[in-house]
Write a protein that binds this ligand. Structure first.
Ligand SMILES: NC(=O)c1ccc[n+]([C@@H]2O[C@H](COP(=O)([O-])OP(=O)(O)OC[C@H]3O[C@@H](n4cnc5c(N)ncnc54)[C@H](O)[C@@H]3O)[C@@H](O)[C@H]2O)c1
Length: 258
């Protein structure tokens, strides 16, 4: 029987992209809580302050500035992980942007930016991390998707397509890497009041009433939190999920069953 007292990632190293704030910061915090060494990778230098606070409390946290859409940045990040902790056991591809734009509103630069960060970034990160995982005898990757991978979201053309690509990439790599004991799964958050989402709502002029009405329509009566998503991530990374690969887990309080 596996010990059900809790997750234990002592001696393991996790890298979370886009973890300077938002959902990624909550995922990084849960890895810290369960004993992992954690690397926060983000374009936002605020990640250094987040890692420094964890270090002050005696935890093994590092920040590395990295734009996941840039191959050189990603290669340097992988080398840094090797140098600091001898490589990675767990990778969470969480960094993402979610601009609203329909087909007619999506110019080539926006398309390239969204696909570059949300999809190419995941491919680059996996390509950089997987050889080290294989040489350590296995590993686990969680890609953060979105309900819009399935809905298509007409007002978020490039975003929805990037997340659809993430689902396909998850299945492709799960199949390629199973023989190396590297598991690859995808977690779809529902609606999380992250830093980025709150900034988007404020900029769009949606008022409190609109938000409240939207929340009332949520089957379980509330938005999800970063910790709701982080709990699913640590489960997926743990030995309890040892036989789960190529799967999608939706954490949306029932939004998608409506
Ligand atoms: N918030 C939601 O409701 C929601 C719903 C579904 C999916 N998601 C997904 O969850 C993930 C996290 O979103 P969030 O809501 O926490 O957003 P957020 O904006 O609060 O945080 C995203 C983080 O990613 C970083 N980032 C952006 N571009 C980057 C790049 N090129 N390289 C490295 N880091 C980069 C940002 O600096 C930021 O720290 C995203 O992939 C998003 O698509 C969020």
């Amino acid at each position: 029987m596996k010990d059900t007292a809790g997750f234990n990632f002592a001696g393991k190293t996790a890298l979370v992209t886009g973890a300077a704030k938002g959902i990624g910061a909550d995922i990084a915090a849960q890895f810290i809580r369960y004993g992992a060494n954690v690397i926060i990778a983000d374009v936002d230098e605020q990640g250094e302050a987040v890692a420094a606070r964890w270090r002050q409390d005696g935890y093994a946290a590092r920040f590395f500035r990295c734009d996941v859409s840039q191959g050189n940045d990603v290669a340097q990040l992988a080398a840094y992980a090797e140098q600091e902790f001898g490589g990675l056991d767990m990778l969470v591809n969480n960094a993402g942007i979610f601009p609203r734009a329909t087909l007619s509103e999506t110019d080539e630069a926006l398309w390239d930016r969204v696909i570059g960060i949300n999809l190419k970034g995941v491919y680059l990160m996996c390509q950089a991390a997987v050889p080290g995982m294989i040489s350590r005898g296995g590993g686990s990757i969680v890609n953060i998707g979105s309900l819009h991978a399935a809905t298509g979201a007409s007002d978020m053309l490039a975003y929805a397509i990037s997340k659809g690509g993430v689902v396909t990439l998850t299945r492709n790599l799960a199949s390629t890497l199973a023989k190396h004991r590297v598991r690859v799964n995808c977690i779809h958050p529902g609606w999380v009041a992250s830093d980025g989402e709150m900034a988007r709502i404020a900029a769009s002029g949606e008022n409190g009433d609109t938000l409240e009405k939207a929340i009332k329509r949520m089957p379980m009566g509330r938005m999800q939190t970063g910790n709701d998503i982080a709990s699913a991530v640590v489960f997926m990374m743990s030995d309890f999920a040892d036989q789960i690969t190529g799967q999608q887990l939706t954490v949306d309080g029932g939004i998608s069953i409506r």
